[in-house]
Design a protein around this ligand. Structure first.
Ligand SMILES: Cc1cc2nc3c(=O)[nH]c(=O)nc-3n(C[C@H](O)[C@H](O)[C@H](O)COP(=O)(O)O)c2cc1C
Length: 223
């Protein structure tokens, strides 16, 4: 243990990949996010749309997990899809707020945001669900997400059951949207963009929105 701990303590990087100055920033955080997202795609980062989503439980303790961002615009916010009866689904039903984090570590960049969460309409969820591959649509039926199960066999048998119930006809709607599955949008009320810098003098900017104005106030934060 002592050896492993001392190795961990010695792990550190110096960040030199880029800089972030006030003059680099878009006035619109969605545009700033899109610019960085496009950079992550261009850098061929795997799962550039992987986002850590944190929700709050009834005990006041946050739970974080990775989800995939599937939709983004300044009207509809950050859209993602999941099982409404999962732990995150239950937590969002009771307390519809969340935070999201993107870490693009190859670019030494992190984006953080938080705000209210709304369920997408059934039509919006269907539009995405029907675009998914057959196995993914079946998978949504198979998983009673976040519940304890006895063994893997339970999953395999349910997969078989739902493949028989909804055969792959090649039509998008051959597998219907389960009532317990769909999307949410996280609508940030604040953002933070972080760019690693040498000597721990990292660049960090926050965007905050006053309720009664369409403009975002941008301020530099101490790293
Ligand atoms: C790269 C990656 C992407 C994931 N994408 C999703 C997703 O889009 N939707 C989802 O429900 N779970 C996704 N998961 C699984 C979640 O992290 C999590 O295990 C699951 O949603 C159950 O979370 P909960 O019990 O906190 O509700 C993903 C996991 C990883 C590692």
């Amino acid at each position: 243990m002592t050896t492993a701990s001392s190795k961990i303590a010695d792990m550190r990087e110096n960040y030199t990949a880029g800089t972030l100055r006030r003059s680099d920033l878009s006035e619109d955080p969605y545009m700033q996010f899109s610019n960085w997202f496009n950079d992550a795609v261009a850098a061929k980062i795997r799962d550039p749309n992987a986002m850590i989503l944190s929700t709050i439980g009834s005990d006041g303790i946050p739970t974080a997990r990775t989800i995939l961002l599937k939709q983004l615009d300044s009207r509809t916010g950050f859209g993602f899809f999941t099982n409404y009866e999962s732990r995150k689904g239950k937590e969002l039903a009771a307390n519809p707020v969340a935070s999201g984090i993107f870490l693009w570590k190859e670019l030494e960049r992190q984006v953080h945001f938080k705000g209210n969460v709304e369920k997408l309409s059934k039509e919006e969820s269907e539009a995405y669900f029907f675009s998914r591959p057959y196995a993914s649509r079946i998978g949504a039926w198979v998983s009673r997400q976040s519940r304890f199960i006895e063994n893997r066999e339970w999953l395999v048998q349910r997969d078989d059951k739902f493949r028989k119930r909804f055969p792959d006809t090649g039509e998008a709607d051959s597998v219907p949207l389960p009532e317990f599955w769909g999307g949410y949008r996280l609508i940030p009320s604040s953002f933070e963009f972080w760019q690693g810098q040498p000597s721990r003098l990292h660049d960090r900017f926050s965007y905050e929105k006053a309720d009664d104005t369409p403009n975002w106030s941008i301020r530099r934060l101490s790293p």
